[in-house]
Write a protein that binds this ligand. Structure first.
Ligand code: PGD
Length: 771
């Protein structure tokens, strides 16, 4: 039976050529999840995009976004759609140049190396002259700016180089997981995952006697098999807890001063802050207790427990998806340095196991082949999460990582493989921002909110409808992915769409290099095979690979340990920081003079947190990753839909908070703050700390036509502020917001986002063309 790869695992599928008739997880996956069940049920769902469509007002009046998101669509032929998009691209590049085209097109897209949507769109726009790019990402954008200054590595480096599960299993005595070690987030990995390994490793570490501590406002943020001690702190206060742990290590002479001296720089400056030498406030457990809501005694005993044994500090990505997100990451690394175990098997830190399925998989000798994006001729970029600011404030200046930058003036937005109306914050504001450019072009598989906020919408195939090959970011398995069915409706591969557009614009040869999909797959594979052969690794030829159920890419070092080289030889293998060491104090960051990210890690109060329970919005919303889908992908699929309550996204709240509001399990509730509101279905669960609720991201945004700040479906990003982490990183703070919850007693509104939008027939003469 053919094996197919998805971000959430490999699966075996049978098909009748039109649809999948049977799907089950790959036999060799020790711990599959159920997200694969969304695939077959979504493929022919009414929300599937079947034909090219153009917003009626854009078709009639041309560029201009005033009514974008409010008007019906006209379905048109492929020929017409390609003609309209090509003419508009030609106009914008000619009149305004590449600095007026925003093509970052952020998003996870689908598994598959050739049809990788972002590679496709970037290559296409590069052929036309380039585009304004987005730097960083929504996953770990804050760490992306910070870590190069602190450890001279990107988050991508440290996820690929993370100490392997095998080593953790054999060596670690204590895992202290800030932000947990999540079972649900371990379901998926970018580009695909073959064998989900986390649970096995935790089970066998536990059997050996390894202990786990889960620090999170949500009890089930760590695999149940870890049997973790739950330290339930107030959301957003990990930095204060970490400072107090560091304070105890220092006060009780538990700091490995030899390690600190040899491998770090700036410890003394940080220690003055810790002891309160400059501000008069020692960062003691008593000080942290008032901020975190924990007992000073439990902070002290955790610090003692961490010293003197092999301790792995796990820093989840969620910690930095909040205001001042740099601080807990920097402090977690500082704590690991003070314990002196960085570079030792099973000790040190990770960022972070449990965030995606591939962290803890040792590096391969080479990544799988990929489609070249070419060279971007445009130098303008924005930090990825600043899209609404860019569209609303062209020409405005802002700070980013020591630079003073200016937002470009965008006329055309091109999106392929992402869903900004899922991933961005303050969606009512984003909706306003999306009205600014002249034209928005989107390739999508479904009528997501992003497709509904576009002018030209082009239907793309799903992975099961096209030939490709796939491998995850760190995963050693490389799978052939032959198409399992024909495309739904008139959907085309992104490659076919870009080839047609490039050819209309006279750039076809540059984009395709004269190759069909099949020729590209052969070409990319053969080139990759020769490179591996030169490096001494033999892999089978393309035909053998294509007929196989996947091949193994050799792994470099199964017992990989993060920063082992640096520990063994700090002079010969220095870090890429200014000092070549771990920077506990960074002169570079201090030189930027940012009050919201000073030169060493500190506690900074966020603008929004629930210290004051008397506030109008006393509940702390954690808007984290969902369990039954990846981000917003395939929200219409069966597994995702089964989790809904009265069709709304589930929100979890503890029994005390529910009782205080007269709410019961299964109620439809309204969650609100000054930015917006949404409906959700209540699940009462004492896995939540009192005063905290959890509503995962990813329910497709279904705005009330009268009030776009109200989502009828349960998308938390109407509630979360579009506030940057700091001037250093300008990343998302999507994880938290303050809210209140009440029972919804009105008539339950119908959801419109789970079907197609309104279509109107083409009215000849409106633009002189034909449909
Ligand atoms: P996805 O739902 O994966 O979200 O944001 P991202 O935009 O990546 O969107 C992918 C889209 O691509 C889907 O709509 C899918 O249909 C489409 N697609 C898939 N394959 C293809 C293809 O081959 N071609 C084309 N044309 N389209 C395709 C994720 C982002 O959300 C991330 S990474 C994180 S970590 C953030 N997390 C949070 C969070 O924790 N909390 C909040 N509040 N907000 C977040 N937003 C961020």
């Amino acid at each position: 039976m053919p094996i197919h790869l998805s971000h959430w695992g490999a699966f075996e599928a049978e098909s009748d050529g039109y649809a999948l008739t049977s799907v089950r997880p790959w036999k060799q996956d020790p711990d599959p999840n159920h997200i694969y069940r969304n695939v077959a049920s979504a493929q022919h769902h009414p929300a599937r995009l079947l034909r090219p469509a153009v917003r009626e007002g854009w078709l009639r009046n041309g560029p201009g976004g005033k009514n974008r998101g409010d008007e019906p669509f006209v379905e048109v032929s492929w020929e017409r759609a390609i003609g309209l998009a090509a003419d508009e691209l030609e106009r914008v590049y000619r009149e305004r140049g590449s600095s007026a085209v925003y093509g970052a097109s952020y998003g996870w897209g689908s598994a598959g190396r050739f049809h990788h949507a972002q590679s496709q769109v970037h290559r296409f726009l590069n052929v036309l002259g380039g585009y304004v790019a987005g730097r960083g990402d929504y996953s770990y954008g804050c760490s992306g700016a910070l870590l190069p200054h602190v450890i001279g590595k990107s988050p991508g480096d440290i996820t690929a180089q993370a100490t392997s599960w095998d080593v953790l299993e054999a060596e670690t005595d204590l895992v202290v997981a800030f932000g947990g070690l999540s079972e649900k987030n371990s379901s998926s990995g970018p580009g695909g995952i073959s064998r989900h390994r986390g649970r096995e490793a935790i089970v066998s570490a536990r059997k050996r006697g390894c202990e786990f501590v889960s620090i999170s406002p949500i009890a089930d943020d760590t695999f149940p098999e870890a049997e973790a001690e739950w330290i339930s702190l107030r959301p957003g206060t990990d930095a204060a807890l970490m400072l107090a742990l560091a304070f105890v290590l220092d006060a009780e002479q538990r700091v490995d001063l030899d390690f600190v001296k040899r491998y770090t720089s700036g410890f003394e400056v940080f220690r003055e802050y810790l002891r309160g030498d400059r501000d008069g406030q020692p960062k003691s457990p008593e000080w942290a207790a008032a901020i975190t809501g924990l007992q000073a005694t439990s902070i002290r005993s955790l610090a003692r427990k961490m010293s003197g044994r092999r301790t792995m500090i796990n820093l989840s990505w969620s910690l930095q998806r909040q205001q001042h997100g740099e601080q807990p990451i920097w402090l977690g690394i500082t704590l690991a340095a003070m314990l002196g175990q960085i570079g030792l098997p099973g000790g040190g830190f990770s960022h972070g196991y449990g965030c995606t399925a591939d962290i803890g998989m040792p590096r391969r000798v080479a990544s799988a082949p990929s489609f070249s994006q070419g060279k971007n001729g445009e130098s303008n970029f924005i930090p990825m999460a600043r899209i609404a600011d860019m569209l609303l404030h062209p020409g405005e200046e802002y700070d980013f990582d020591g630079q003073r930058l200016k937002y470009p003036d965008i006329e055309l937005v091109y999106w392929c493989g992402g869903n900004p109306f899922h991933h961005a914050q303050d969606l009512a504001r984003l909706r306003q921002a999306f009205k600014a450019p002249g034209t928005v072009i989107v390739h999508e598989q479904f009528w997501t909110a992003t497709a509904r906020h576009a002018d030209i919408v082009l239907p793309a195939t799903m992975t099961i409808e096209r030939d490709d090959f796939g491998a995850g970011r760190n995963d050693p398995m490389f799978f052939p992915m032959p198409a399992l069915t024909v495309p739904a409706g008139e959907a085309r591969d992104d490659y076919a769409i870009f080839s047609a557009l490039a050819s209309s614009l006279g750039r076809g040869d540059e984009f395709t290099e004269g190759r069909s999909v099949d020729q590209w797959l052969h070409h990319l594979y053969d080139r990759w095979r020769s490179r591996l052969r030169e490096a001494g690794h033999n892999v089978v030829d393309f035909e053998t690979f294509w007929a196989s159920e996947g091949i193994q890419i050799p792994v470099d070092e199964p017992d990989q340990v993060l920063m082992r080289d640096f520990r063994e030889d700090p002079v010969g293998s220095p870090l890429g920081t200014a000092s070549g060491r771990i920077e506990i104090n960074s002169e570079t960051i201090a030189g930027f003079d940012y009050a919201d990210c000073p030169g060493h890690p500190v506690w900074l109060e966020p603008d929004e947190w629930n210290e004051n329970r008397e506030s109008r919005y006393p509940l702390h919303l954690v808007a984290n990753q969902p369990k039954t889908r990846l981000h917003s992908q395939l929200d219409v699929g069966a597994y995702s839909q089964e989790s809904k309550v009265h069709g709304r996204e589930p929100v979890r709240m503890c029994s005390l908070d529910a009782a205080a509001r007269g709410l019961a399990d299964g109620d439809v509730v309204r969650i609100y703050n000054d930015r917006g509101s949404c409906l959700a279905g209540l699940v009462v669960s004492d896995a939540l700390r009192e005063g905290v609720i959890q509503l995962s991201a990813g329910a497709w945004y279904d705005p009330d036509p009268e009030d776009p700040s109200h989502c009828r479906h349960g998308n938390p990003n109407v509630l979360v502020a579009d506030r940057p982490t700091s001037r250093l990183s300008q990343a998302t703070t999507g994880q938290h917001a303050l809210v209140e919850v009440e029972k919804f007693t009105g008539e339950l509104p119908r959801l419109t986002v789970l079907g197609p939008p309104d279509f109107v027939p083409y009215r000849p003469g409106t633009d002189g063309g034909t449909p």
